[in-house]
Design a binder for this molecule. Structure first.
Ligand SMILES: Nc1nc2c(ncn2[C@@H]2O[C@H](COP(=O)(O)OP(=O)(O)O)[C@@H](O)[C@H]2O)c(=O)[nH]1
Ligand SMILES: [Mg+2]
Length: 346
């Protein structure tokens, strides 16, 4: 099983030559899996980082205790599972969908109460695996462009800092585009990350046209032969149509200049917003061609079920997960590890 190969602490000494490099995450072409610690340790690390999931799992267990001693699956078992899924933030639609499938399995395979959770876990894994897609990491000698979107406070700028950290550790040339031009403080925050990670930053004065900043940054990325251009954007509240139009414009300008869509158009969602994240995703999806979701703050009290709703209802893969505020607190989403943490880890 491939568990979050990018977890910083799970890696041995980094092989890159970056000055003062501490152990950190690896790109997929490096032997990340082989270098990872024993499965039990990796699971422990995962559960530690994604603490909210451990709570959700405990809640599943609490509901499952109600099955104990039952001779066959009955309505009560499904009620308990339904409550567990809803309390985990999975939402009504995906909960019904999963329980329908379970009911079918119970009928066809004559499942007993103790087989319900393994069967549910398999359904969840299938759901998440169907929506999975690889993240476009930078490659030596070519330019990858990342457009990062999301509402205020979701964790865009922090995620960009983490990505810059990861790419710089791999020795990539990174340029950050400060297209959140609404507030000077937003540019300062990005500049701090640039300084910390050794990335370059392209910015203009507050109030400038964000699409113009993106255009400049793309020119600079080409001229300087950068391998990653990461575009920060303003917290575009989904109800404010002009902001969404501005985002669409940034995407249009970049797509036109690049001759193709950005390699990743990421929507950063705060896992703590629960089902609200779904409506945000729908609106952003209308404005830009989203390629993936970064789900932040899974280290806190987030319940994790929103990942199921996103996979089922939007078909947009969760690609990365934020598990803290530090540069190395970004891990690659792994459907199998996630399902394991939800249902099996203790
Ligand atoms: N605990 C936790 N906090 C996070 C994570 N990602 C971002 N944050 C915090 O969320 C707040 C908003 O982040 P910021 O990147 O400024 O959001 P932006 O408005 O979308 O750019 C900051 O206090 C970050 O430190 C995460 O994965 N875990
Ligand atoms: Mg920001």
């Amino acid at each position: 099983m491939r568990l979050f190969p990018r977890i910083a602490k799970s890696q041995p000494e980094s092989q890159d030559k970056a000055a003062g490099a501490a152990p950190t995450a690896h790109l997929p072409d490096k032997p990340a899996t082989a270098a990872s610690p024993e499965p039990d340790k990796r699971r422990g690390l995962f559960a530690h980082l994604v603490r909210g999931l451990a709570k959700t799992r405990e809640n599943f267990e609490k509901h499952l205790k109600q099955f104990v001693g039952r001779s066959h699956v009955d309505e009560k078992c499904f009620e308990e599972l339904e409550m567990a899924l809803l309390e985990a933030d999975a939402g009504v639609t995906v909960t019904e969908q999963l329980l329908d499938r379970l009911q079918q399995q119970v009928r066809e395979k004559k499942l007993g109460p103790e087989q319900l959770l393994p069967a549910l876990s398999a359904e969840v894994l299938q759901l998440l695996s169907a929506a999975a897609a690889p993240f476009a990491y930078p490659e030596k000698g070519s330019l990858r462009v990342y457009l990062v979107t999301g509402v205020n406070g979701s964790g865009k700028t922090t995620t960009i800092g983490k990505l810059a950290h990861l790419y710089r550790r791999e020795g990539r040339q990174v340029i950050l585009a400060a297209c959140d031009t609404f507030r000077a403080a937003a540019v300062d925050q990005l500049a701090t990350w640039a300084e910390r990670t050794g990335a370059q930053i392209i910015s203009q004065k507050a109030g400038s046209d964000p699409a113009a900043v993106a255009f400049d940054a793309l020119q600079a990325a080409r001229a300087r032969q950068a391998e990653a251009l990461i575009i920060d954007t303003a917290g575009r509240l989904q109800t404010k149509v002009p902001l969404m139009q501005e985002l669409a414009k940034i995407n249009r300008v970049v797509t036109r200049e690049l001759g193709r869509s950005p390699d990743e158009v990421l929507l950063v969602l705060d896992a703590l917003t629960g089902q609200n994240a779904l409506s945000q995703a729908r609106l952003f999806k209308e404005a830009v061609p989203l390629t993936g979701i970064v789900l932040t703050k899974l280290d806190s009290t987030a319940k994790g079920g929103i990942v199921l709703a996103i996979a089922s209802e939007l078909g947009i893969p969760v690609k990365l997960v934020g598990v803290g505020e530090k540069a190395e607190d970004l891990v690659e989403f792994d459907a199998e590890a996630f399902t394991h943490a939800l249902f099996h880890y203790s």
